[in-house]
Design a protein around this ligand. Sequence first.
Ligand code: KG4
Ligand code: ZN
Length: 349
Amino acid sequence: MTILGIETSCDETSAGIITGTNTKNPVQLLSNVVSSSLSFHAKTGGIIPEIAAREQIKYIIPVIDEALKKGMGWDFSKKTPLPIDAIAVTIGPGLIGSLLVGVETAKTLSFIYNKPLFPVNHLFGHIYANFINNDSSINKDIKFPAIALLVSGAHTDLVILESHGKIKWIGGSRDDAAGEAFDKIGRLLHLPYPAGPRISELAKKGNPNAYKFPRPMISSKDYDFSFSGLKTAAFNEIKKHPHLTDSEKSDLCASIQQAIIDVLIKKTINAITEYKVKSVLLGGGVTANQKLREELQTNIHRINKDIAFCVPPPNLCTDNGAMIATAGFYLQKQTDWQDITANPELYFD
Ligand code: KG4
Ligand code: ZN
């Protein structure tokens, strides 16, 4: 089955095509095209929903067209039948104006070309990015039960997958998401938005023990997180030292990054032990962070070397259409286009 996935939940306009044979194996990636309005938002230090939605409208058809050309050698001008079996689309969570562009486009294509339509939860999309076959050497033998750590600009969640579609949420952030903490602290340091990649770059040259930052909720017995206190601690530190040298800035970034990573790892390791999981899946933009990947993998293999550690390549960690197509393939929740609506508040059921 070949699926076109459409993703427009925030500032990325993306379409990807995958093909899969059965749910026991990973799917093959045929194309993945992403256009981002990030450069606009970098100027304002955060996403302006109206601008994001307008950019989505501008790019949605060119992006889908390019994904079909690259993946299937097909273009709209040929006026031949659309060579895919189904369309999957993100219905939420996200920004309503952005979501509507993808949802209404997917419904129109489904109606015109008479293709089944699969509504997809964006958060499931990030989890299913792990089920795409790619050239990296990452272990793809995913066994259940699995745990997924989702860390993005909007979410920090831990979920258990008992099987495809059987997903249980066990905890999440009570306030700021991990990516939001990176971005807000970066703003205090006058770093461009989104600050996560820049902080992790600066952190490479810094000492993670130079500044003492709190590890909020690290010892709590639940799987919840809280990162807003860390932001306040960083603010107070930056206020005390308004003229940081380059090396002090690197130390500060390394110390903040370490505080966030320590909490994410501790909670994930606790859950791996409690739920006796066989695979660990990472998802969301923050999992592009190399230090997080390396330290988590080391900690997991310290407990049990047989636990599969899966992480998508960086371009599939951030928002993309291929992950939505993949979630559509494994979950196959075919729905009439008339019954599909965008839901900005969608979460784990
Ligand atoms: O999943 P994503 O692309 O979009 C959302 O759905 O939010 O995640 C974006 C987030 C931003 O907060 C960004 O700062 C963070 O991912 N991020 C990183 C890194 N790369 C992206 N955070 C830490 N280290 C990185 N290398
Ligand atoms: Zn996302």
